[in-house]
Design a protein around this ligand. Sequence first.
Ligand SMILES: [Zn+2]
Length: 172
Amino acid sequence: MRGPELLLCCNESAIEIALDDYFEKKDISIVTSIRFPAIQKMICDNDKRGPFIEDIKAVVQRRFIERIVIVAHENCKGYGGSQAFKSSVDEINAFQRDLWQAKRVILDEIAISYMKVMLLAAIKTHPGWLICEVKNEPLRGGKSSIGFLSPAIIHRAKRRIARAIRNCAPQS
Ligand SMILES: [Zn+2]
């Protein structure tokens, strides 16, 4: 049985149902959340992260948080929407990099040895949203590594969703 978990997520209602389903399926026990558009991007920003880190620290200490779950999603207003990117792959790669940087910042700023950080990407598909775990760090230059959601994984996932919404987290 895992301990209490904190959700850091955009305040985007479109992804709520897919996210709830994912948490239930994966037995993720969110006790509280901090919501802000593209919160992972805010945490990456030297000038903007201060208040977010303070809030996260306070919650982690008060609620004895054992894992932080950060969710980024496609077509996020915090990034100017999907139209701000050349392609879906560019967009997903951009927020995966921010997720990883946010994770590094959090682990650095909130140095609690047992605390873990899980990264999730919400990918827009037809007819719903697919939640995928981003397990590995992107390589330099944005190349894919195993577990990083590569273009092939994203395309496969988008095709698969037409049949059924299911977890596409790469097996490690
Ligand atoms: Zn958003």
